[in-house]
Write a protein that binds this ligand. Structure first.
Ligand code: ADP
Length: 303
């Protein structure tokens, strides 16, 4: 559906935001997971034709099956693309209905009756029908993001890109929003960029982990989790000894349970007495890949 090959971008300040990124993104929900500064937004903005790459290629499969060169044929891409940027701003004094109508005009929906139908349908789809007359400034974070999805869906895009959409949403709003995305993903490719592991775990059949401009893993979350089977160990330790454990072992994560840290360690065999084996989850995969990369970078620096 979307084929990205060796995409590179270095900003004027010397930051390598995209380091030969290659990915195949199928229809459905695709989770792009990475910490802040990983390069997710740089990738999203490039796919959304809002910034240039230095090199590489991106091909989108068009509605008729013919390939579209995303980096060159920008107008064609824009007609098939819906984008919800990280910093999606709305006019606080305008109603949801009026602003969506306005965006629809900009999208080229000039026939009034047809536009009305599309706008009404989208407001229903994102569950804002009852709130359509309310000013956007009165919306909660979750409502604003659902409005953002409605505007992204104008024009029936084949590719929908959402950049960090769940940051700042409370758990209920987050769930509601992710379910909405999953519904949309039944028909089109949805790329969900996030630093929240749980956003990806339940909803994305395929995913990638990215950091420092590099793709560290891509595939199905379950396969990635499976690859860590029998290699993740848990122990509750005293706070004062945490540093020792971190220097001796590959500590993936630390969580406070009743005031004391419970650590997850990655090791082929039981690291020491007192560790019990746990079933790995996507968070273990995520941190294992980040630690592995950090070690590679440290080794390269030392050499
Ligand atoms: P993410 O979305 O994963 O947080 P970004 O793509 O925003 O990552 O940023 C990747 C790296 O590129 C970061 O180090 C960031 O500071 C840097 N960066 C992003 N945009 C610019 C820019 N316009 N100019 C210079 N550096 C940038």
């Amino acid at each position: 559906m979307l084929r990205i090959r060796e995409l590179g971008k270095t900003y004027a300040n010397g930051v390598h935001a995209l380091n030969d990124v290659s990915l195949d993104i199928p229809r459905g929900m695709f989770g792009l997971l990475g910490p802040n500064g990983a390069g997710k937004s740089s990738l999203m903005r490039t796919l959304a034709t809002l910034q240039e790459a230095d090199h590489g290629s991106v091909t989108l499969e068009g509605a008729d099956g013919s390939p579209i060169d995303v980096l060159r044929d920008k107008d064609t891409v824009r007609r098939q693309l819906g984008y919800l940027p990280q910093d999606f701003g709305v006019y606080p004094k305008v109603s949801a209905e009026d602003l969506l109508e306005h965006f629809a005009v900009l999208k080229g929906l000039t026939a009034r009756r047809q536009r009305r139908e599309v706008v009404d349908g989208l407001l229903q789809q994102v569950n804002l029908w009852d709130a359509r007359k309310r000013k956007l400034g009165t919306f909660s974070g979750g409502m604003r993001q659902r409005f953002g999805i409605a505007q992204a869906l104008l024009g029936n895009p084949r590719l929908v890109i959402v950049d960090e959409p769940t940051a700042g949403l409370d758990p209920e709003e987050r769930n509601r929003f992710l379910n909405l995305l999953a519904e949309i993903g039944e028909n089109v490719a949805v790329i969900l960029s996030t630093h929240i592991v749980e956003d990806v775990t339940d909803l994305c059949p395929t995913m990638a982990i990215m950091n420092k401009g590099q793709v560290l893993l891509t595939g199905r979350p379950n396969d990635a989790i499976e690859s860590l089977a029998n290699q993740v160990w848990r122990k509750q330790v005293a706070k004062a000894t945490l540093g020792d454990y971190e220097s001796r072992h590959t500590v993936l994560s630390t969580r406070l349970v009743a005031g004391n840290p419970v650590i997850h360690v990655f090791a082929p065999e039981r690291p020491e007495e007192g560790f019990e084996q746990v079933a790995p989850d996507l968070e273990d995969v995520y941190f294992q890949r980040l630690r592995q990369q950090a070690r590679r970078v440290a080794q390269a620096d030392a050499a």
